[in-house]
Design a protein around this ligand. Structure first.
Ligand SMILES: *[C@@H]1O[C@H](CO)[C@@H](O)[C@H](O)[C@H]1NC(C)=O
Ligand SMILES: *[C@@H]1O[C@H](CO)[C@@H](O)[C@H](O)[C@H]1NC(C)=O
Length: 312
């Protein structure tokens, strides 16, 4: 834990309420705050109303319960990408051996098996809590699943402890001026740079005048850099001349916000890094001015801090 500063002057004058300032709260938080509590849970099936949220309700008297099925799973979407230090799992008070063989994974994929294994529960006693060290694995999802047929997954509580990872784009809302086939806007922030999947991992507009792609970060960030990954399959030159804008205005689809950078070119399949030092904004817009342009993005990453709070 970092240095803790205690102000001499009361926060509210005339009272004993002091302002507590921490030098390294972020690191401290990562150790103590269960970030799963702010997430959204789901599971493969639900038996007798024992829904996925029962693992995040802080109560030892309720637990999740899937049907007896093949490969049951429980997942929490942390809504942002975290660097996960550890996961805790509390087992049900009876029939605890049902959890034997459960696998804990962290990653950015809805496909369970694409995520990285943090730990495997060989056995866990009734009502026992086990802690698994994930060593800073990066991901938006924590999944617990039991491979095999005729399995039932129950969790009394699940905890995920970690710190926000650098890329703020994940979990934002994306939209683009038009969409070519299934190259939807969200594919530019799906957490992977799209190169393994060639076609399916990227967003793309149609061939049009002034195509744009916009990201709503939900909060105002002081953006330090933006990383853009170009398509690999063909036509890498289509990105040439794209402008990156950052700001709080939606005027002209956000294109009137200040420019962070103009992309001269990006080699096919590569990721380039643009410094936006000092620009604050809730919206990030990528726009190609001109006629007969196609905007394709295989991944857009945004790095920075919440504006006005350099600790978070
Ligand atoms: C962007 O480039 C800078 C300077 O080379 C480097 O320090 C930084 O790590 C890069 N950021 C990312 C996300 O690649
Ligand atoms: C975009 O449309 C124009 C006009 O039809 C056409 O000339 C151009 O080749 C198209 N560009 C691409 C990459 O398809």
């Amino acid at each position: 834990m970092g240095v803790v500063y205690w102000s001499a002057r009361p926060l509210v004058p005339g009272t004993g309420v002091h302002l507590l300032l921490c030098g390294m709260c972020l690191k401290f938080d990562g150790e103590t705050r269960n970030v799963a509590l702010r997430g959204k849970s789901s599971q493969s099936s639900t038996y007798a109303g024992s829904g996925p949220e029962c693992a995040l309700d802080g109560s030892l008297n309720s637990w999740t319960h899937t049907n007896d099925q093949t490969n049951p799973w429980w997942r929490v979407d942390l809504l942002k990408v975290y660097r996960v230090n550890r996961v805790t799992i509390t087992n049900r008070p009876s029939l605890g051996s049902r959890i034997n063989g459960a696998v804990i994974r962290i990653g950015n994929f809805l496909d369970i098996y694409s995520n990285t294994i943090c730990g495997v529960i060989s056995t866990l006693g009734n009502s026992a809590t086990a802690t698994f060290s994930c060593g800073g694995m990066v991901g938006r999802y924590m999944v617990v699943h039991i491979p095999g047929s005729r399995k039932t997954l129950s969790l009394v509580e699940a905890g995920v402890y970690g710190t926000l990872a650098g890329n703020r784009a994940i979990g934002g809302a994306s939209i683009q001026s038009s969409t070519s086939a299934d190259w939807i806007a969200e594919k530019a922030i799906d957490g992977n740079r799209g190169l393994q999947q060639l076609r399916t991992g990227c967003s793309s507009t149609l061939n049009e005048t002034n195509p744009w792609w916009r990201l709503d970060l939900h909060d105002v960030y002081r953006v330090s850099e933006v990383v853009v990954t170009n398509r690999k399959d063909c036509c890498a030159e289509q990105i040439n001349g794209a402008e990156i804008h950052i700001g709080n205005s939606l005027e002209n689809n956000g294109i009137n916000n200040p420019i962070c950078a103009v992309i001269p070119d990006i080699p096919a399949g590569e990721s380039n890094n643009y410094s936006c030092d000092g620009l604050d904004g809730r919206y990030m817009i990528i726009h190609i001015p001109g006629d007969w342009k196609i905007l394709t993005l295989c991944e857009v990453e945004v790095y920075g801090y919440l504006a006005g709070n350099s600790l978070l």
